[in-house]
Design a protein around this ligand. Structure first.
Ligand code: HEM
Length: 229
């Protein structure tokens, strides 16, 4: 069981607060950047919409961008790097990971509804031409059961170790899928600067995964486990 104890020596207080503020600032900047995309890089799909359809599509785009950022954050929280654990405690990271999972689900459902309804639900994007939308459907059909299984794991009597192994692989898969989906489905991401920004974020996440995992493997004996079975 997680005690929420800081696993290695704490930072001197002043520095801890400074790093906390910096971490929160990076998070807020990522959200602000993501939310500005549908306004600064407006898509042609918006030009042809009026009134409530336009508002719905724009809100759907915002929900998609937020879901993307929250998915990247979700992996960062799950990695439980020693740096973040010392900054916020392991228990807080785990709590935020759980809450963030629910937000991702809500945002994904809102995105799908708000993007599809203005186009007409009888006009669903199936077929080879719409492969980026179908990547979104695959992503959605993995994401929702994943969130439900995590939330109701004990009620569903899922074996903890098996659930965790599957959860980890699917976690990496959904981040890969959302990156491909956003890059190829959205006209906003036809802009080179946005492609570079998203791929840089994805690369930074990969580096984090490799480095943190290596540190984790090297010191797994010293770390407390954040979940209970
Ligand atoms: C049934 C599943 C899905 C469908 C049919 C779908 C469809 C679309 C469409 C049509 C767009 C382009 C909107 C436009 O440019 O006007 C889009 C964009 C996007 N989607 Fe999805 N999507 C699905 C699931 C998801 C999920 C589950 C996520 C994230 C968890 C997601 C994240 C995004 C992002 C980040 C964008 C780029 C922002 C934007 O310009 O809208 N999508 N999606």
């Amino acid at each position: 069981m997680n005690t929420g104890k800081i696993t290695t020596g704490p930072f001197p207080d002043g520095r801890r607060n400074l790093y906390r503020i910096l971490a929160i600032l990076v998070f807020v900047l990522c959200i602000a950047g993501a939310l500005s995309v549908p306004f600064y890089f407006e898509t042609q799909t918006l030009w042809y919409k009026m009134g409530s359809d336009k508002t719905m599509l724009r809100t759907g785009q915002l929900a998609g961008m937020l879901a993307l950022v929250f998915l990247f954050v979700q992996i960062t929280l799950a990695l439980r790097s020693r740096f973040l654990e010392r900054l916020f405690t392991a228990a807080s990271l785990l709590r935020w990971h759980r809450i963030n999972g629910l937000f991702i689900g809500l945002l994904a459902v809102s995105h799908v509804l708000l993007v599809l309804v203005p186009e007409g639900l009888s006009n669903l994007p199936f077929g080879k031409k719409h492969w980026p939308e179908m990547v979104g459907m695959l992503l959605f059909s993995i994401l929702l059961p994943m969130i439900a299984a995590s939330h109701f794991r004990q009620k569903l009597k899922l074996d903890y170790h098996r659930w965790k192994a599957v959860h980890r692989v699917l976690g990496y898969l959904v981040v890969l899928l959302v990156t491909i989906h956003a890059l190829y489905v959205s006209e906003s991401f036809e802009h080179e600067s946005l492609q570079i920004a998203l791929l840089a974020l994805f690369g930074a996440l990969l580096v984090q995964v490799v480095i943190v995992k290596r540190l984790f493997d090297a010191s797994s004996g010293q770390r407390t486990n954040g979940h209970s079975g």
